[in-house]
Design a protein around this ligand. Sequence first.
Ligand code: DX5
Ligand code: ZN
Length: 227
Amino acid sequence: MIIAPSLLAGNHAAFGKDAVRASKSGADWLHLDIMDGHFVPNISFGPQVVKAIRPLSKLFFDVHLMCSKPEILLEPFAKAGADEIIIHVELGEQVEPLIWKIKNLGKKVGLAINPLTDISKVEPFLDKIDLLLVMTVNPGFGGQEFIHETLPKIQQAEAWRRQKKLRYQISVDGGINLQTAAECARAGADTFVAGTSLFGQRSLKAAVTKMRKIVNAHDPALADLKV
Ligand code: DX5
Ligand code: ZN
C-alpha cells in the first residue's frame, strides 16, 4: 500500500518545507499535481518548483499532468526529477505515443481517467503502464467531495489486473480521507493520493500512519479509532 500526500494541499508559500514534512511523515510518495489552466480550469505549478524541491526529499515523485499538451512538458519534468509521469486517457490518440515517450525518458508511466470517462478507454493500454490513476473527483481543485460512482471502475481495474495477469498499480485521487480510502482499498486500490485530509492535519505523520493502518485493514470503522 502506497500513501502519497498531494503537495497541492500544502502551503504554496512554503513548498520546500512541506516536501520535507512529507518526507518525514512515513509517506511513500509525493504526488505533484500539474494543472495548465486549459485541460482543467486551474493552474498549479511547473517543473521549476519540482526541480527546487527535488534535493529536499528522497520520496518517489509522482507527477500528475492535467495538461492539454503534455508532450512539451515530459522532458522538463523528467529532468526536474519526476520518477513517474501520469498522463490522461482523455487525450485520445496522443496517449500511445506519450506512453512511449515517457518510457524512453526512463520514467514510470501512469494513466489517469476522469470520473465521466468510460473505463473501457483505458483497457488497450493496461499492458503498457505502471499505474492506473482512477480520478475520484473531477480534476482541477483540491478539497472536493469523493464521487462514489467511481468505485466500480476500481473494481473493474482490479478484475482486469487479475484476469490479464498484469501488475499495474491502482491509484485513487480526489476526496480521499480515512473513510473513502478504506472503501477504495476494499474495491482494489493500492495507492492513495490525499491532499486536504493529510496536509490539513497538525501531525502529517500521525495522519499518514492512520491512513496506512486503515487501508491495510480495508476497514472504514477504524477511521474513528485513535492510532
Ligand atoms: C485534483 C488533484 C488531486 C488533488 C486531491 O485535481 O488531481 O490530486 O490534489 O486533493 P484532495 O485530496 O484535497 O481531494
Ligand atoms: Zn493528482
